[in-house]
Design a protein. Sequence first.
Length: 367
Amino acid sequence: MMTVSIVGCGFVADLYMRSLAAYPDIQVAHVFDRDPERCKSFAAYWGVMACTCFEDVLQAGGLVLNLTNPAAHFDVTRACLEAGCHVYSEKPLAMSMQDAQALVDLAQAQGVMLASAPCSVLGEAAQTLAKAVREDVAGKVRLVYAELDDGFILQAPIGQWQSESGRIWPAEDEFSVGCTMEHAGYYLTWLIAMFGPVVRVMSGAAELVPDKPGKDHAPDFSVGVLYFENDVVARLTCSIVASHNHEIRVFGDKGVLKLTKAWDNAAPVRFHRRHVLRRRLIEAPIGRRIRISGQTHAKVKRFGAASMNFALGPVEMLSALHEGRDCRLSMAFALHLNEVTLALQNGGGVHDMQTRCDVMEPMPWAM
């Protein structure tokens, strides 16, 4: 039996608990939240042990899932690493590159693992797309368009969005952190895993709706052009203003690989071959579905807008520890993701990346 502890019992913690329930060999040993009542009600709902102080989690050791408010990620992760715990942090790893680098340096000095969300890159949809790219289904990849537009969120009934144990969606925190820091990683991880490091980002960002809940707001729109080390170029857009669109299109010499549901681990990946019809170049309208044969990973029931297994990251870390191998969600991967995301969030033109990481090794069932 493998164990994990959770720090932070808010909205997203329920998604992790529901996902972890799909793995009978993993037990949630301790949970802690700075709000004692929230911690108590969460623990009661899920039937796990509530800790009365953070130090209890640190003394337990092992793998800690840092699911706190993003502003607290650095302090909580640092304390866990100093105590010799392995850490899987919700996104972002840190709100600045200085803090992110400090965490990586500390983890390396302590000889422990450090990784960050999102982990959908380990899911069936992402791995299917990556396999198709490796196998040249679409030919040489030249360009990628990725959209993470969530609709005009302020007109949605956000006050009614409730997690399984009763936590309300933390609107003020979301608007303070911003949709780029919260969501860009869902496709950035896929792109970096497939194509390797980004060497340059050209980005612009803006706050288009200033009258959102809360005091401090981040941009609610960003767009970036990513130049990868292997010469692939990608455009990625994030917003909570434009109509909902989670499509990613990978343009190759033979045609287009397409997926429309970033937050669905089982979303179909289709290949649309190009044809010449009456002297015009067109793409096949339906597309051939690309599949991975055999069993992939545990699926979880849909909750809200997502059909994602949030436990894929922690499971990968635990498996790597058990097998004595490198984790696919490496520290270098987390650090590079953090730098690229901040470049998108901050806008302001050209950003040359100072970090790098390798192309991610495929999951065994996707080789």
